[in-house]
Design a protein. Structure first.
Length: 373
């Protein structure tokens, strides 16, 4: 948790590699200009041709391997520093951060096969994050190029896209990343709708993924609350097909959440590390059960009863009573559907649900989150 020391050691590592960070505005301008030129050359055949001959034009394979390994180490250090900067744990302005992101991309391209595909894709996504964080909205389209590069390096090597990045390849995820209104905090926080995870403190993508999970939950709830169709249903579609699509994607994102005990290290790829967001999965399950009830599919709803009954411990400990209100509403409806002469029991559970809902509304009257609304 000592990110100041981590930042200092990364700075020293770059200096040891002969690539110290710029110390003056003039140095920064020169470095950034060269990074931009080098990136443009990398996109052209000239840059790729030179990158393929890193280590010299002579066929000294050992020297070339050493140069590529040096590029790999430098790229990883730049990338980690950039992540620390984006999460507010490394000082510097926007120009310095752009320079770090581009330097990581350029050096990663030169590293060749010494760098894993997952890490290379993660570096490209980091550059896309920087575009959104530092450039004006009219330049946010540039993030698409870095996202496409991340996807292409995986497909070119016939490697599956890292689980933590798969949502970026979905049209809804891609649109949310490029056009969505999200931000990265220095201290990520858990909410009653999703879990930030241990990686959120140093991995900005984990925070954006959390925001996307809540966005999907909001979209699904909106479809359930206002199921009117704006377009005619095609064959095979149901009334809540859009909501179910959002919830299916939400479950996939929750399964790939970076909620692990994985430690921050230079050589590892955070994108390849997965865990589970139990809070988001619980909300997705309870909404799917509600949809199944509305569709009259009791058998499908019953399959999810055990998941909904086991509410995550973090929600039990939360001050906001909304999750408990949702849980007792579920219990009331399940009781009503499950047994004859169970009206009184169901009414008692409804009373508990309404009490929790009243407490939730009184404890957070100024809540203006989209999901809360």
């Amino acid at each position: 948790g000592d990110f100041a020391q981590a930042s200092l050691h990364l700075w020293k590592a770059l200096k040891a590699l002969g690539r110290p960070l710029p110390t003056s505005n003039f140095d920064l301008c020169c470095s950034l200009t060269w990074s931009i030129i080098r990136y443009v050359l990398q996109r052209l055949w000239v840059g790729r041709w030179l990158a393929g001959r890193a280590g010299g034009f002579r066929r000294d394979h050992q020297l070339k391997d050493d140069v590529r390994k040096s590029c790999r180490e430098a790229a990883l250090v730049y990338h980690r520093l950039h992540q620390l900067h984006m999460t507010g744990k490394h000082a510097g302005g926007h120009l310095s951060a752009i320079n770090m992101a581009l330097s990581a991309v350029n050096l990663a391209d030169c590293a060749g096969n010494t760098l894993s595909v997952a890490t290379l894709a993660e570096i490209y996504v980091g550059a896309a994050l920087r575009v959104k964080a530092s450039l004006h909205r009219r330049f946010h389209f540039l993030a698409r190029f870095f996202l496409c590069s991340a996807r292409q390096v995986c497909l070119a090597q016939s490697v599956s896209i890292p689980p933590a990045m798969q949502w970026l390849c979905h049209p809804l995820g891609h649109r949310f990343f490029v056009d969505g209104d999200w931000s990265v905090r220095s201290s990520p926080r858990d909410t009653i709708y999703s879990t930030a995870g241990s990686e959120g403190a140093v991995d900005p993508l984990a925070q954006v993924t959390q925001a996307f999970r809540e966005h999907l939950l909001e979209k699904a709830l909106y479809c359930v609350a206002q199921p009117e169709q704006s377009k005619p249903l095609t064959e095979g579609e149901g009334e809540f097909s859009d909501a179910l699509e959002y919830l299916q994607l939400l479950n996939g994102c929750s399964d790939a959440a970076a909620v692990t005990n994985h430690t921050f290290s230079i050589s590892s790829s955070m994108a390849a590390v997965t865990g589970t967001d139990p809070v988001a999965k619980w909300w997705a399950s309870i909404i799917i059960v509600a949809i199944n009830w509305l569709q009259g599919d009791d058998e499908a709803a019953q399959r999810l009863y055990p998941v909904v009954e086991y509410m995550p411990k973090s929600l039990h400990d939360y001050e906001n009573m909304l999750p408990k209100a949702a849980l007792y509403t579920f219990k009331a409806v399940r009781t009503l559907f499950g047994k004859q002469d169970s009206t009184q029991v169901s009414l008692g559970q409804c009373e508990k649900a309404s009490g929790y809902l009243r407490d939730s509304l009184s404890s957070s009257p100024s809540s203006n989150g989209n999901v809360d609304k």
